[in-house]
Design a protein around this ligand. Structure first.
Ligand code: COS
Length: 391
């Protein structure tokens, strides 16, 4: 349900001000300390940012996808670590419950996630199962009315602060593929769950990932996401969640690109070489123009995909196109930003090198560029076969 336009406008204004006044001044600190200050997280809770995409009935703001990506554009205008704090609760940590959860699961978990009291994490990736998510080895063995989960999950965003894990585990011991995987809602304080040490990453300091190890973790049958009828259907839930998540990441990429372009323009107008601002040199202008055109194309793509999804269309192909194009685009933009800043872009003080490192992740998580290509091409071929009566 869309918010009243005035109310939504006020929300965007408040977020824009928050980014400008609170988040941007703390970017360097977060980069250096690898920690988002607790008072900022508290302010995010108060603003309702943890529940942007959660239905109003469960305490969230219930933004449409078109509205949510406008927020992504704004939050992209600062270090991605800030958005990552709220990223899982609005995306992969809650969407499984919203899309396929039972009423009881929604009532139990979503209000606490919307308020930010409970952080949700998505446990799909494993040491031996990254892009080939369907080959995961974590297993959930039935034992009477319970399941016993064993396995290790890797690079799990927000795991160090999570209270709830959506865990994808194989319930059919005879299957080796996507079939036979179930999703479980697992409270983080259950006996048998341990966390690995925080990963030391190339960028996005302040956003934390680590291993989550499940050693004979007993959960009731009611922990299957969607209830007993969803046993063996967890992989499809994961894919539906990722379709949506990929678009919001694309939105963040657009925001970061726009931020970098604004920084480059400011710098190019101030920085003088050969007696004039470097913005007056055509070779610098060419870089600025390419950055602008690409980021504008990306913005249009994200907005159109969100519109289609809000109109009830399935967006698997479009979300993959957007994730691929926007994440690659922001990589090129960040590279040109370093070039325009020159030496100042390579040293830490300008913050440009930090963004250059931060944006590298966008081409990897929630599906690499190569996985997006595979999804796009597979869907094209499937649709063409259907059209021609070949399948
Ligand atoms: N929406 C709904 N259902 C989907 C779907 C989607 N977007 N994509 C796939 N499915 C369904 C398929 O229809 C199929 O169901 P049926 O067996 O009933 O037909 C099932 O899911 C398995 O799909 P598929 O055969 O395509 O699975 P594959 O093992 O070949 O894997 C890819 C598909 C590669 C696309 C998948 O493993 C993937 O997305 N990998 C990347 C994982 C990822 O993004 N990891 C990031 C970590 S999470 S932050």
């Amino acid at each position: 349900m869309a918010l009243d336009p005035d109310v939504f406008g006020q929300l965007l204004d408040a977020i824009e001000r928050f980014v400008r006044e609170k988040l941007r001044p703390n970017e360097a600190l977060v980069g250096e300390t690898d920690q988002v200050p607790p008072e900022i997280i508290e302010q995010m809770r108060e603003m309702g940012l943890f529940g942007l995409a959660i239905p109003e009935t469960y305490g969230g703001l219930e933004l449409t996808l078109s509205e949510e990506i406008q927020v992504s554009f704004l939050l992209g205008k600062t270090s991605p670590a800030f958005r990552s704090m709220i990223g899982t609760n609005n995306g992969i940590g809650s969407q499984g419950i919203i899309i396929d959860g039972t009423e009881e699961q929604k009532t139990h978990y979503l209000p606490a996630m919307a308020s930010g009291q409970l952080v949700g994490s998505f446990c799909l990736t494993e040491p031996e199962a990254g892009s080939d998510a369907g080959s995961l080895r974590t297993n959930a063995r039935r034992d009477g009315d319970s399941f016993i989960i064993n396995g290790t999950k890797r690079f799990i965003t927000n795991a160090p602060v999570a209270g709830l894990f959506t865990v994808f585990a194989r319930t059919d011991p005879d299957s080796r593929t996507a079939a036979g995987i179930s999703a479980f809602l697992v409270d983080a304080d259950l006996p048998g769950i341990t966390l690995g040490k925080k990963d030391r990453k190339m960028g996005q300091q302040g956003a934390h990932t680590c291993d989550v190890i499940f050693d004979n973790v007993r959960v009731p049958q009611s922990a299957i996401l969607g209830g007993p009828d969803f046993e063996g259907k967890g992989f499809v839930t994961a894919m539906k969640v990722l379709d949506r998540g990929r678009l919001t990441i694309a939105g963040v990429c657009v925001g970061v690109a726009e931020r970098l372009i604004a920084d480059c323009l400011d710098y190019a107008l101030q920085r003088r070489q050969f007696g004039k601002p470097i913005a007056e040199f055509q070779l610098v202008q060419a870089m600025l123009a390419d950055m602008k055109a690409e980021s504008f194309a990306a913005r249009c793509m994200v907005e159109e995909t969100a519109r289609r999804r809000d109109a009830g269309q399935s967006i698997g192909t479009e979300a993959a196109c957007a994730k691929m194009f926007c994440s690659e685009m922001v990589g090129r933009v960040a590279d040109k930003a370093v070039q325009i800043f020159g030496g100042a872009g390579y040293v830490a003080d300008s913050g440009i090198e930090r963004f250059y490192r931060d944006v590298r992740l966008f081409r990897i998580y929630e599906g690499t560029t190569q996985i997006q290509q595979l999804v796009i091409a597979r869907n094209m071929i499937r649709d063409a076969k259907r059209l021609n009566g070949l399948s």
